[in-house]
Design a protein around this ligand. Structure first.
Ligand code: PAF
Length: 285
C-alpha cells in the first residue's frame, strides 16, 4: 500500500488511473479503524479495481473542541490494517494540506440536515459536506462507501452529492457492524470507561426489543419505551430518540407515514463524556 500525503500527488495518481479506465472505490474515514471500517474496505475491494482509503480527522465537522482533541488517532496501526486487507492507496493529509485557507463554503443541505444530529451539533453536517466534497473532487471515485451507523450522515452526503454535481458517484451504504454483545462498532468505544462499556450494549438491546413492542404500540409509545429502557441504566443518558422516514429523515408521528412500511429509529446516548449513536429499522408488516 502506498501512503499519499498531498492533494497534488493524489490528483496526479487519479488522472493516471482514470486514463487507464480503472474503477475507483473510496472509503472516507477518520482513522482509529475497526472491523466496521474494514467491512467497507472489503466491499470496496470486491467491487473496484483500485481502493483508496482516506484517513483524516476533519476539524470542520467537530462542533465540540474537546471531542476533536480526544478523538483517537492511531495512524501506524491504521496503515497496518489497511495494508493487510489489500488497500492500494491511503490518503493521509495534514489539516494544513486540506485547509490551507479556512473553508467558508455553506452547503444547502435542506431538511435532512436540520433534525437529530443536525439540530444537536450545529455546523457538523456542513463540515462533513466540506470534507466529503473535497475527497470526492480529488478522488473522483466510481463508488464511495459509508457505514449505516451514521444513518443520517448518508442522507446528507447523498444530498451534498446531488447539489454538487457528483451524480456519477455511486454512494453505497453498508450495514452496521457490532460487537458480540450488540454494541455498534465505533472509534469512540475505546474512550468508554469499564462501567460505560458494560452498560453500552443496553442501547442496541432496547432498540431490538422495541421492534417487537412497535407491533402493537404507537410511535410515541415506542419512543418512550426506548428512552425509559436505556435511561433505566445509570451509566446511560439518552440525548434524543426519534423514529424517522428513512428517505427524508423527518420524524413520523404515525406508523402509516413510514414509506414501504419501513421506519428507522435513531438514537444518541451519552455514556459519561462519550457520545454514541445507533439506529434500528422497523419493518411494519
Ligand atoms: O463518518 C466519518 O468517519 C466521517 O464523518 C467522514 C465521512 C469520514 C467525514 O470526515
Amino acid at each position: 500500500m502506498e501512503v499519499i500525503r498531498t492533494q497534488k500527488e493524489l490528483k496526479q495518481l487519479i488522472e493516471k488511473l482514470r486514463a487507464e479506465s480503472k474503477s475507483i472505490g473510496l472509503v472516507p474515514t477518520m482513522g482509529a479503524l475497526h472491523a466496521g471500517h474494514i467491512s467497507l474496505v472489503d466491499k470496496a475491494r470486491a467491487e473496484n479495481d483500485i481502493v483508496v482509503v482516506s484517513v483524516f480527522v476533519n476539524p470542520t465537522q467537530f462542533n465540540n473542541p474537546a471531542d476533536l482533541a480526544t478523538y483517537p488517532r492511531t495512524e501506524a496501526e491504521d496503515c497496518r490494517k489497511l495494508d493487510a486487507v489489500g488497500v492500494d492507496y491511503a490518503f493521509i493529509p495534514t489539516v494544513e494540506e486540506i485547509y490551507p485557507e479556512p473553508d467558508t463554503r455553506q452547503f444547502d443541505l435542506g431538511p435532512v440536515a436540520e433534525v437529530m444530529e443536525g439540530a444537536m451539533r450545529p455546523g457538523h453536517f456542513n463540515g462533513v459536506a466540506q470534507i466529503v466534497s473535497k475527497l470526492f473532487d480529488l478522488t473522483k471515485p466510481t463508488r464511495a462507501y459509508f457505514g449505516e451507523k451514521d444513518f443520517q450522515q448518508i442522507a446528507v452526503i447523498r444530498r451534498m452529492a446531488e447539489i454538487s454535481g457528483f451524480d456519477y458517484i455511486d454512494i453505497i451504504a453498508c450495514p452496521i457492524k457490532r460487537e458480540a454483545d450488540g454494541l455498534a462498532l465505533s472509534s469512540r468505544n475505546v474512550r468508554l470507561t469499564p462501567e460505560g462499556r458494560k452498560a453500552a450494549p443496553a442501547i442496541h438491546a432496547a432498540l431490538e426489543a422495541s421492534t417487537r413492542y412497535a407491533a402493537n404500540h404507537t410511535v410515541a409509545e415506542t419512543i418512550a419505551s426506548v428512552i425509559d429502557e436505556i435511561n433505566s441504566n445509570p451509566e446511560l443518558d439518552v440525548e434524543y430518540y426519534q423514529i424517522v422516514n428513512p428517505l427524508t429523515m423527518q420524524p413520523i408521528s404515525n406508523w402509516a407515514e413510514a414509506p414501504d412500511s419501513t421506519a428507522v429509529g435513531c438514537v444518541t446516548v451519552n455514556v459519561g463524556d462519550v457520545r454514541l449513536i445507533d439506529n434500528i429499522t422497523y419493518k411494519l408488516n
